[in-house]
Design a protein around this ligand. Sequence first.
Ligand SMILES: Nc1ncnc2c1ncn2[C@@H]1O[C@H](COP(=O)(O)OP(=O)(O)O)[C@@H](O)[C@H]1O
Ligand SMILES: C[C@@](O)(CCOP(=O)(O)O)CC(=O)O
Length: 503
Amino acid sequence: MSNGVNGVNHDMKELHMDGHVNGNGRSDDEGQRIKMKRKMSSPMLPAFMVSAPGKVIVCGEHAVAAIAASISLRSYLLVTTLSKSKRTATLQFPDIDLEHTWDIDALPWDAFSHPSKKKHYYDLVTALDPDLQKAIQPHLAVVSVDKPDAERKVHQNAAASFLYLFLSLGSKKSAGCLYTLRSTIPLGAGVGSSASVSVCLAAAMLLQIRALSGPHPDQPCDEAQVQLERINRWAFVGEMAIHGNPSGVDNTVATQGKAVVYQRPDYDKPPTVRTLWNFPELPLLLVDSKTPKSTAAQVAKVADLRATDEDLLDDCILPAIDMITNKTEALINQKDFNSKEFESLQRIGKLMTMNHGLLMSLGVSHPRLERVRELVDHEEIGWTKLTGAGGGGCSISLIRPDAPAEKLAELGRMLEREGFQQFKTTLGGDGVGVLWPAVLKNGLEDQDEEGGMEIDLDKFLEAPGNDGVEKLVGVQGGGGEREGWKFWRVEVGGTVSGPGSGR
Ligand SMILES: Nc1ncnc2c1ncn2[C@@H]1O[C@H](COP(=O)(O)OP(=O)(O)O)[C@@H](O)[C@H]1O
Ligand SMILES: C[C@@](O)(CCOP(=O)(O)O)CC(=O)O
């Protein structure tokens, strides 16, 4: 089981300023040395990039136990430090048409650094401070004032996440910076776009203040866990700034990657979360129905059903869904489970089909989601279920390994014709990744003598669509893992605690 949220790793305070954490405790002398090192001025940081995945719920919506897994759609955040004289922080988020610059010296540092308010990078913050929210309000109110309400809300949400983190983790002396983000995750479709953005922002700022060690390939597992936990905690803060009362599941998956099984016996309380480090990578077709969904409305719908049919719900349908989640977990843990083989995928697929049927019986499907299922079933190329709260949003289809390419192409054409958006993705991949410095080996033009190519801001901004972003900076450079990107990886059997974990 995971640690409780109060099972804080005290070794998180112990950090060399070269970014190396010693998890084994340290003497006062050593602590002093850290403080002294901290005072040394650091050279200007190179441009770097961080990336974090979105998530889907694989099974268990509306029941007690559910599994959520990362998807290979990701956000990419390029961080460029400005010259010393430029005292500005700029958010450049072209996906949502947001660009805003703040004067760093005009931000409410006094409020955030007041001894009664100041948080450190190793602190656990489980609620936003109303006074600090009030302090950033004037700096949010000026964002996108000329835009329509809905768009302004999206902009101000992103800005709130940024400002709360920037002011909590930075200082009056923070360097001027440009934060440029592109994401391949559909926004507001229930696949964790906001958590992915919050994880990128949290990881970037922790790296900027040198509060993270690694990632590097031979990093011990427990040290990697400390870094992930630290990022997850601050990503949760960013999520709170966007959502108010997030469950913590999305940011946990976006940080750690792979998958989690979470339990929500009481929807008014945060879930307990356990990581499935051995969750396999599975081929998945994500389809956005382009029908807006409301999680609250679907949860209310199920609650209404309980008023008339409590016994059916609580003795039959929801326990059956829980059983599907338990069986899915048991299946992937079986020694003979092979994510490349038809038999293994078919067993997961059948569970997904049953899960969808049960969700439909709760009334949380939607004709558009049923249409996707019908199309995939008709081509006989996979198994489909709705993902997330339902009533719109997305469906997921596990694709048969032997699905003929022409049938997949035909499905793609039909989906497009009917106004759906499809994303070919993989379940269960890496969590937050770092490209430091922002130099990639692409095998393309523009390489330096070592075969690397510095990521050019204009090219990043202009990369056409999801494919363009993936091709330019993607963690999977056209197939295998791309050289340069690094991840904090935890071996099977480990757990990470943090917001949304073990509470
Ligand atoms: N590509 C993006 N660029 C900038 N901000 C984003 C992006 N994707 C998501 N966000 C932020 O996350 C919020 C979306 O949250 P939400 O509607 O809950 O969607 P989701 O369910 O995908 O997390 C937006 O309002 C915005 O602030
Ligand atoms: C209704 C529920 O089961 C799914 C919510 O899905 P989403 O975060 O709206 O995609 C709630 C939950 O599991 O947190």
